[in-house]
Write a protein that binds this ligand. Structure first.
Ligand SMILES: *Cc1c(COP(=O)(O)O)cnc(C)c1O
Length: 391
């Protein structure tokens, strides 16, 4: 670089060469808003819509493309788009597949904000929605209308943890000619192979297990279908959904350990769920791998692992203040939303406000996300808090 330039200019036009002969395990982190073209012809030729090359940082960098490939691979899909949160990934799917006059279906135990989005936002654009009982395939069949274009599935359901017969639900959606989209945040591509069950789209909150650090918000949408991918990509581009290179880097760093982390969360969660099931004041432990939990047989048929989540339903005799005192008394469990991070978390939920229908569980419920702490420490903490709050 010529020394006739001002030193400030040379900070920008520096003699940088990508390292030759440098080989290391981590992928490089590439950051850019502007991506430069060799000449005007190259600029005119390339379009973000094809994903055949780089056009602008918002539409992808080598770092985000690498992460997309890895997440698609993890779930057994072919294509992936990244969104700035799990909820943004849901939004991408909804807006790519629905227009005014269309109808979408959600399971009644769907991730709460997904239902809120349908009720408060999609409805404003003339998109209607209905709820079905995921534990009764006939209920899905009955809820379909000629305008139903998209059906969301979730396994297990949020908070109440019912595991549906996914294969039966997917079959009904496909026969109707609608798109089956799975919220696969719990399975993370590890508990079961979503595309082997026939879903068209698998969405994940990358925020949870792929990140594993409780420090990133991100979502992914994976599909095997070329046409669906281009519909998703179009809306992704039109909504301006980029993810930051540093966030992508954190997830790329965490993915090689997702298998052992998931297995460790699973092992500890099963041990503590089993312990809870024997405690006084506990009516039921909702964990799909526990016999007697709703949909256990479906879990056993579909899955080879079970993540780190479960919910504890207390006896009706246990009052809300006691449940709150129990949650407050735990020292190793943070009180807060989300899951998949190293620290264990607990959240009390008000089921009456969340669920309708005669079959819903009643009573007070606490949802646990089990972290990576030593199981004996967690058990001792739970024991002490139960004794303090429930006597
Ligand atoms: C957390 C979560 C989401 C949303 O992810 P965010 O990154 O928090 O927006 C969606 N679905 C499920 C099942 C989740 O647990």
């Amino acid at each position: 670089m010529t020394t006739s330039l001002d030193p400030i200019t040379r900070q920008i036009h520096h003699p940088y060469e990508p390292p030759n002969g440098f080989s290391a395990f981590p992928p490089a982190v590439h950051k850019a808003s502007t991506v430069m073209f060799a000449d005007v012809a190259a600029l005119r030729q390339r379009s973000w819509k094809s994903r055949a090359g780089y056009t602008y940082g918002l539409h992808g960098t080598p770092t985000t493309f690498t992460l997309e490939q890895r997440l698609a691979d993890l779930e057994g899909g072919a294509h992936c788009v990244l969104a700035p949160s799990g909820l943004a990934a849901i939004t991408n799917v909804n807006l790519a597949l629905l227009r005014a006059g269309d109808h979408l279906l959600l399971p009644h135990n769907v991730y709460g904000p997904s239902r809120e989005q349908a009720a408060s936002l999609l409805s404003r654009w003339g998109i209607t929605h209905g709820l079905y009982d995921p534990m009764e395939p006939a209920s899905l069949q009955a809820a379909l209308t000629p305008a139903t274009r998209l059906v969301w599935l979730e396994a297990p359901g949020s908070v109440t943890m019912e595991f549906p017969d996914l294969a039966a639900l997917v079959e009904i959606v496909r026969r109707h000619g609608a798109v089956a989209a799975l919220d696969n945040t719990w399975g993370a591509g590890l508990a079961f192979r979503p595309f082997d069950l026939g879903v068209d789209i698998s969405m994940q909150a990358v925020t949870k297990y792929p990140s594993g650090g409780a420090d990133v918000l991100m979502g992914s949408v994976v599909t095997r279908d070329e046409d669906l991918f281009h519909r998703l990509l179009h809306v992704h581009g039109m909504l301006g959904m980029g993810v930051a290179a540093n966030d992508a880097e954190l997830v790329l760093r965490a993915l090689p350990t997702i298998g052992v982390r998931y297995a460790a969360h699973d092992l500890t969660a099963r041990a503590l769920a089993g312990w809870f099931a024997e405690q006084r004041g506990v009516r039921q432990v909702l964990h799909p791998a526990l016999p007697g939990s709703p949909g256990h047989a479906h879990w056993a048929r579909h899955c080879r692992a079970a993540a780190g989540l479960f919910s504890v339903l207390f006896e009706e005799s246990v009052a809300q203040p006691q449940v709150d005192a129990f949650v407050n008394a735990m020292r190793l469990f943070g009180i807060g939303y989300s899951w998949g991070g190293p620290m264990s978390l607990a959240v009390p939920y008000d089921l009456d406000a969340m669920r309708s229908g005669a079959a819903r569980p009643t009573g007070h419920l606490v949802r646990f996300s089990i972290g990576l702490e030593a199981v004996e420490d967690l058990r001792a903490d739970l024991q002490a808090a139960m004794t303090q709050a429930l006597g």
